[in-house]
Design a protein around this ligand. Structure first.
Ligand SMILES: NC(=O)c1ccc[n+]([C@@H]2O[C@H](COP(=O)([O-])OP(=O)(O)OC[C@H]3O[C@@H](n4cnc5c(N)ncnc54)[C@H](O)[C@@H]3O)[C@@H](O)[C@H]2O)c1
Ligand SMILES: [Zn+2]
Ligand SMILES: [Zn+2]
Length: 391
């Protein structure tokens, strides 16, 4: 089959690889009909997440048709149309029992490595390095889905791939970020990053009662998409974010701040961003964390910072003192997709939201290598790429 394969920094290729096979009785094989590129994939593409190996198949946002099921899988049948959440979870361990699906203790085949780096292991993820199980991903014609009787969900009749594909990751991720932000009715919520995840944070914050949403980025078409949802926008290259947020909140700061940027933040000439860049480039530092610093600095005293953006390493110059002094609540993590799937599926079925608004590029899998570059460079107004294998 054909698949998008990581070969090194800025090097993704369309390769011919062996077809996946059923390996365990609860598995299923899914023929992928739609698959997207995520901002998290850019962290692999840019070499910020360690433990990728040449030959790894990418992709963790995908859906398709079940073409084979293992003998013990009682949930799925050949022919079912399913979305496949990016968390691989067993459904009955300590963590799955607590709804901490992204931390499942049975699915990370690289648990020892993860323990060394993180203290304790996290769960398995599709297409996301030799720290989270080195599972071949879904930017491919076919994919093996382990524990396929737990996370995959059947798609209700009448919904298109584009309406439901983002339930695999970015819609629940944005929703979890808004949930973790502990929004009270009427709150002012500031969202850093207007990429696909930021777009869903904005709309989820509104669904959960935000009175006013402020969206921060520097890419005009992304700010425009945020504005179309009713957010007030700040271009951080043109205005001072702190001054403007103070003006909006009468000097108090936003009640809730959401980081939807993660480990490759830009900073407009700020000294800390310059230092991050130099440290990352020389291998002395890991993540570039300007947006996280901004969240912790700007949030009002007693407010909440919710981190959806991915971080991977040991961070420099985190304003922990200011966060402590202000009594800030900080919540973060990979999304536990299953906690939100039913609610968000119902919102789509009921016509409250159509997540396909975020798609700007539709193409075949063979366009993938070029699309990684376009998405990374934000060329051609690119916000979200959906690939259709087999077209
Ligand atoms: N927690 C999860 O489960 C989960 C799931 C999916 C994605 N993510 C993470 O969410 C983050 C965003 O994903 P995406 O797909 O939207 O990526 P993206 O790269 O398309 O978007 C990031 C946006 O942040 C903007 N940005 C950069 N520096 C900024 C700054 N200092 N202030 C404000 N905006 C800034 C960029 O211009 C860009 O528009 C990534 O880190 C991704 O890995 C997390
Ligand atoms: Zn993702
Ligand atoms: Zn589990």
């Amino acid at each position: 089959m054909k698949a998008l394969v990581w070969h090194g920094k800025n090097d993704v290729r369309l390769d011919t690889v062996p077809d996946p096979k059923i390996e365990e009785p609860r598995d299923a094989i899914v023929k992928v009909t739609s698959t997207a590129i995520c901002g998290s994939d850019l962290h692999l593409y840019d070499g910020y997440i360690p433990a990728m190996e040449s030959g790894d198949i990418l992709g963790h946002e995908f859906m398709g048709e079940v073409v084979e099921v293992g003998a013990a899988n009682k949930k799925l049948r050949v022919g079912d149309r399913v979305i496949v959440p990016f968390n691989i979870c067993c459904g009955d361990c300590f963590f799955c029992g607590k709804g901490l699906w992204s931390l499942c203790e049975r699915t990370n085949r690289d648990a020892k490595k993860a323990e060394t780096m993180f203290g304790h292991s996290t769960g398995g993820l599709f297409g996301y390095s030799h720290l989270t199980g080195h599972y071949p991903g879904g930017q491919a014609e076919y994919v093996r889905v382990p524990f396929a009787d737990v996370a995959p969900a059947k798609v209700p009749d009448g919904l298109t791939d584009e309406q439901v594909l983002f339930l695999t990751d970015i819609f629940p991720t944005g929703y979890q970020a808004a949930d973790f932000a502990e929004i009270e009715n009427g709150d002012t919520v500031a969202v850093w990053g207007c990429g696909p995840v930021g777009q869903f944070c904005i709309r989820s914050a509104q669904m959960l009662g935000a009175g006013h949403v402020v969206a921060i980025d520097r890419v005009p078409e992304r700010l425009a998409m945020a504005g179309a949802a009713g957010a007030e926008t700040i271009n951080f290259e043109k205005e001072d974010v702190y001054d403007r947020l103070n003006q909006i909140t009468k000097g108090r700061g936003p009640d809730r701040c959401i980081d939807a940027v993660g480990m490759e933040a830009h900073g407009h000439g700020s000294w800390d961003a310059v230092a991050d860049k130099a440290l990352a480039a020389t291998g002395l530092g890991t993540d570039r964390i300007h947006a996280l610093r901004d969240c912790l600095k700007n949030v009002r005293a007693g407010g909440t910072v919710s981190v959806a953006g991915v971080y991977g390493g040991y961070l420099n110059m985190v304003p922990f003192g200011p966060a402590f002094q202000k009594g800030v609540t900080i919540r973060m993590g990979q999304c536990n997709v299953l906690n939100y799937l039913d609610t968000l599926m119902q919102a789509i079925v009921g016509g409250k939201i159509d997540p396909s608004f975020v798609i700007t590029h539709r193409c075949s899998l063979s366009d993938g290598p070029e699309m990684y570059d376009t998405f990374k460079k934000k060329h051609d107004g690119c916000i979200k790429v959906v690939m259709k294998p087999g077209t």
